[in-house]
Design a protein around this ligand. Structure first.
Ligand code: PMP
Length: 378
């Protein structure tokens, strides 16, 4: 008897009793809530041009890629998207994975050679953490955004290959990593800088090319950029971009690329259309930045503790995990969806609501949503 399967459920029961159950909220296509929880920053997931291009590719290629990239899964849609992404990000080459998670795991692991040291920020996303773990390399976790700690970790491993692993805009608090300083320290020690630009691509940087481009690091020979295609680009998939030799090495060795069924071609085509719209979306980016500032100032004026948003992620501290859960539920009951982050999904022991701002919703709805969040505060 597999009693332990039943025992697993007891753990879930304990979480339920504490009011900490993780809930799945199914939504219909006609969902009417004001969305401050999703990552469709530029409103491109439902943009008519994106949908039309994806629908055309869907009718031409069918539903799935029918195989991994190295077998039958590579289509012209994938290759065209990769060329466009490399051009946008300013790198020699880009490779598309079927998710940002798999891109990160593959990108980190492929950088590891014997004796490699990984230096990973304490607030890094689970996919970067898993990349470090899967690689089997020694990993030093440095305090959040602490350049001196990164420098010390590198200095303590002279002569060893090293990779500094960070997000650009951190997914929980929305703050921006000190990319230029991290790069300077990495270069001084001959290390590679790997940056997950998931929450910045399309949202910040020249023509929306992300925070790495904004920091002037695009195309540097010791920088690797990863991103998801599921946030500002409104689709799905991930990308790893960098020097051509490294990307070639990924094609040969990255297990999450080689052994995974390719991204559906229709998604690749739709994301390609989204990239073109994102590049031309300076007006949307200006609206986003303004809304993020407005959210932070309104919530602060109501006495709430709010992160300093560097892109479109705004985080609001909740006193306890239970209060965060109740707060998010009350907002939901009043038609506002917000992210609810509690331990163990937070990098510290704090709970918070995470607001991901979108430029797509009508302005009046957005402002009303801010009022609801304040009125429902614990
Ligand atoms: N990196 C970061 C910073 C993310 O927030 C996410 C999405 N939660 C990912 C990677 C993973 O991307 P995907 O959802 O495409 O797997």
């Amino acid at each position: 008897m597999a009693d332990w399967l039943t025992a697993l459920d007891r753990r879930a029961e304990l979480r339920a009793k504490a009011g900490l159950t993780r809930r799945l909220h199914p939504r219909g296509a006609d969902d009417a809530v004001v969305d401050l929880a999703g990552n469709d920053y530029l409103g491109l997931a439902t943009h008519p041009e994106v949908v039309a291009v994806a629908a055309k590719a869907l009718s031409e290629y069918g539903l799935g890629a029918t195989g991994s990239r190295l077998v039958r899964g590579s289509t012209y849609a994938h290759h065209a998207l990769e060329d466009t992404l490399a051009g946008w990000l300013g790198t020699e080459r880009a490779l598309v994975f079927s998710s940002g998670y798999l891109a990160n795991v593959g990108a980190v692991r492929a950088l590891v050679r014997p004796r490699t040291l990984l230096v990973s920020d304490a607030h890094n996303h689970a996919s970067l953490i898993d990349g470090c773990r899967v690689s089997g390399a020694e990993t030093v976790v440095t305090p959040h955004a602490d350049v001196a700690a990164v420098a010390a970790a590198l200095a303590a491993a002279p002569g060893r290959p090293a990779v500094v692993v960070t997000e650009s805009v951190f997914s929980v608090d929305g703050d921006l990593a000190p990319l230029a300083r991290l790069h300077a320290v990495a270069r001084q020690h001959g290390a590679v800088l790997l940056v997950d630009d998931a929450h910045a691509l399309g949202v910040t940087g020249p023509a929306g090319a992300g925070a790495v481009a904004a920091a002037g690091l695009a195309g540097e020979p010791d920088v690797v950029v990863t991103a998801t295609l599921s946030k500002a680009l409104g689709g799905a998939g991930g990308v790893v971009a960098g020097p051509a030799g490294y990307v070639r090495h990924l094609v040969e060795t990255a297990r999450t690329f080689i052994y995974d069924t390719a991204l559906p071609p229709a998604v690749a085509a739709g994301v390609h259309a989204a990239v073109e719209l994102a590049r031309a979306g300076d007006d949307l980016r200006a609206e986003l930045a303004e809304r993020a500032d407005l959210a932070a100032s309104r919530l602060r004026a109501a006495g709430l503790e709010v992160s300093a948003p560097d892109a479109a992620v705004v985080s609001v501290t909740a006193p306890t995990p239970e209060a965060a859960t109740a707060w998010a539920a009350a907002c939901r009951d009043r038609g506002v969806a917000v992210g609810c982050f509690r331990p163990p999904s937070t990098p510290d022991s704090r709970s918070r609501l995470r607001l991901t701002i979108g430029a797509g919703a009508p302005r009046a709805d957005f402002e009303r949503a801010l009022e609801v969040i304040v009125e429902c505060a614990p």
